[in-house]
Design a protein around this ligand. Structure first.
Ligand code: PEP
Ligand code: MG
Length: 282
């Protein structure tokens, strides 16, 4: 019952193996997902290797002093022209089999989006010239998961066709709290006023500019947070298929206009407890 695929994490094709998947292997993998979705849009995220997702083939730099802040996501893709071109070619070829969107991870600056758009345009022209049947247009989106991208969104929202907020990393980088470090306990949490305000600003900016926006990451699939995201104006959730039915039930139980009316109170919450109390009031 999903409306489409909100986040296809392509780096999994690259993990736990020593050699890189070539264009043909990637193309088949992407095409099969597109065919499997029978006309629903598939959002394919370009490689997000690095930090917690290190490969064996040597793409990810070893010994980076701080890999979470290192050459990862779109930074790695833009530093490896041939690798990135191969992936874009595979995605573009898959677009001949059904609707596809390209989503770029770890964007922190407008220039990165523009560089990817240039490459995508070239790859579309090349593949068409070679006789492949490809889509007329492929929407290009950015993950909002680096605080700089969230704060400076008005400066590059015009360069993207859609957005997806990656809450796992956005929380990590916003709160300076490792997403995988259990010792941090409740320090890593979506229930922080800074995150609520940032989400509010990002969703509002996207909507003002008419750009579709989703939230992905663990927060999106947790039914507990659905009222909060709905109050902030969100209309698109990208989540693990296992949580789809539960989330749908939670959303159906929400009174949207009452939630939106309570949004100012949510934005005024000053502590984790304040946000929890707001959630309990629904
Ligand atoms: C995120 O950061 O929220 C996200 C969806 O991407 P990933 O978990 O793959 O880093
Ligand atoms: Mg991420």
């Amino acid at each position: 019952g999903a409306a489409g695929v909100g986040l296809y994490r392509t780096e999994f094709l690259f993990l736990q193996r020593n050699e890189l998947p070539d264009e043909e292997e990637q193309f088949r993998a992407y095409r099969d997902v597109v065919l499997g979705m029978t006309g629903r849009t598939v959002t394919i995220r370009t490689l997000d290797l690095g930090a917690d997702k290190a490969d064996r083939s040597g793409l990810v730099l070893e010994g980076e002093p701080n890999p979470a802040l290192g050459l990862r996501g779109v930074r790695l893709s833009l530093a490896r022209d041939a690798l990135f071109r191969t992936q874009l070619r595979a995605i573009v070829r898959a677009s001949g089999y059904g609707p596809v969107r390209v989503l770029v991870p770890m964007v922190s600056a407008r220039e990165e989006v523009l560089a990817v758009r240039r490459m995508l345009r070239m790859v579309l022209a090349d593949t068409r010239r070679e006789g492949h049947e490809v889509a007329d247009v492929i929407p290009l989106g950015a993950m909002i998961e680096v605080p700089a991208a969230a704060i400076a969104l008005p400066s590059f929202v015009g360069a993207v066709d859609f957005l997806s907020i990656g809450t796992n990393d956005l929380i990590q980088y916003l709160l300076a709290a490792d997403r995988n470090n259990e010792a941090l306990g409740e320090i890593y949490t979506p229930l922080h006023p800074a995150l609520i305000r940032l989400l509010h600003g990002v969703i509002r900016t996207a909507q003002k500019r008419g750009k579709p926006i989703a939230v992905c990451g663990e927060m999106a699939g947790d039914a507990m947070y659905a009222p909060l995201l709905l109050a902030l104006g969100l209309g698109e959730f990208s989540l693990h298929p296992n949580t789809l039915l539960e989330l749908r039930r939670a959303i159906r139980n929400c009174d949207l206009s009452a939630l939106r009316a309570r949004a100012p109170a949510l934005l005024r919450a000053r502590t984790r407890k304040g946000i929890e109390d707001w959630l309990k009031g629904n």
